[in-house]
Design a protein. Structure first.
Length: 163
């Protein structure tokens, strides 16, 4: 039986923490879907297609395995996508207790709605303090975000917000 998992997120932009969780999850599951989702509680900097492209470039640069698919989902519930691709697990990167508190009710609801389990993964401690929001803020103010994002993202943001 093929074990399929989904790593959902806004990835606006993808960070080294995201990449770390994605690559480690790809070693655990037979198929991994990196799913760029629309978060109605956030105002996105990048369109979904640009986020997907940056994820694909970052994965290619990292020599990611072939079992990773990058997709998007903007209508309906996340568990609807899981059902559509026969995924039984969601993988969520968590940085702190705040993330655990936020993610736990959703994990319980997803299990209740569609019998989809949630696995929490901690990022490499070197990246645990980094969020896409912080990356966007530092980049918009002309700061160097290259230690916190894959090279493809750093190049993209440098063109978008030159120092």
């Amino acid at each position: 039986m093929t074990k399929i998992a989904v790593v959902p997120g806004s990835f606006d932009p993808v960070t080294m923490g995201h990449l770390d969780v994605i690559l480690r999850a790809a070693r655990i599951f037979d198929e991994l879907h990196v799913l760029v989702v629309h978060n109605p509680n956030k105002t996105a900097m990048l369109p979904i297609t640009e986020r997907m492209s940056l994820i694909q470039k970052s994965l290619a640069d990292a020599g990611a395995p072939a079992n990773i698919t990058v997709a998007s989902w903007s209508v309906g519930l996340l568990v609807d996508y899981c059902t559509e691709v026969d995924a039984s697990v969601l993988v969520k990167g968590i940085r702190s207790q705040i993330d655990v508190s936020y993610e736990t009710p959703m994990a319980i609801m997803n299990r209740s709605l569609a019998d989809v389990e949630t696995v929490f993964m901690l990022p490499d401690p070197a990246h645990a303090h980094v969020s896409s929001t912080l990356v966007r803020q530092v980049s918009e103010m002309g700061g160097d975000v290259s230690p916190y994002v894959p090279d493809a993202v750093a190049r993209f943001l440098e063109k978008r917000h030159p120092a």
